[in-house]
Design a protein around this ligand. Sequence first.
Ligand code: SF4
Length: 387
Amino acid sequence: MPGEALGVAEAARDREIAGLVVSWFEGAARPLAWRTDLGTSPVPRDPYTCLVAEAMSQQTQITRVEAYLERFLERFPSVAALARADEVDVLALWSGLGYYRRARNLHAAARVIAEQFDGRVPEDVAELRRLPGVGSYTAGAVASIVFHRRAPLVDANVQRVLQRLDAHEATGKEASAWAWERAGGLLDALGSAEKLPAYARLNEGLMELGATICLPMPAQARCGSCPLAGHCLARAKGLVGVIPRPKGVSVKKRLVCAVVVVIDAGGRVLVEQRAESGMWSKMWQAPTLECAKRPTQQQVAEFAVMKSADGARLVRAGGFVHQTTHRTIRFVVFAVRAVACRRKGGAGRKWVQPGALQGLGISTAARRAIEMGVGAFGYPGPPGRAS
Ligand code: SF4
């Protein structure tokens, strides 16, 4: 167990567990687009693809990532291409995936790789950690999965599998530190070489087990199909339902966004770019009044007038609630005609056809609000380009 010299029986158990995970993964891995080394004719993984896939996979279901990854790699096929790109283009391709900080970090990481590592993704965990947005998990993933280094990795899936396997009931930082050491111990059970393909298989196998078999809700855990069932102490002790313990519920900040979708005679909508920092920074949206509580109709009308609109004729288009990690945001959406003489673009604002929104960096919530506002006026507007 972590922190102690292993006895003979424990070392043998670890060897068996590691071997079981590796062979299970080789037979059960989902054939994801970036797992190019699976199957009968293995092709080594491309480090850049792995870096992009890992950035996209954080906080996002892996099944959603494939389509985004394909589009992203088509537009930015290499570190050099991404390093040269404009941030707005990177954000546009990330639109809908959420957590846009990941896109900015990935873009910054490509620039560091181009400038400081001669365009090659580094192999070493310490060097990988120097890249913006690359933490212990991503560094371990790239080092082990691409370069077959002995580098442990722990995400929520891996931690859950390991804690259940050993019936380890700790929580918080203590549980996390324990899991990292335990993951390293299992790699050691495979051998002491600096590089070994099995290190990649074990790491990915633990992640895959957590994603497909050892699911978070106890009722969903598929212990009957689990290769580790014979070694699992939580299962033997009836503790699957209490490991890991649920986290305390944190109170989210509440926010109201009154969105004014200003539409001109040609069906174009006014969009503005958000500030350089803060939530959804530099993304595009319809003019939005952010408040702690719901603004009055009068306040929204005055805001609309400031945004080139006929504020006296606001139409209530609908609303919805959007959840982010730290906030519950209530969107209240209004639609209104533009005042013809004030339909000007400019720095940080432009008029676009609704069909051109996909070419902008725009969050899912902002797009939904615009579609709601446009729908209230009954015309979607033809697809077209931003002006
Ligand atoms: S036996 Fe069940 S609880 Fe234990 S690791 Fe497998 S799926 Fe998870």
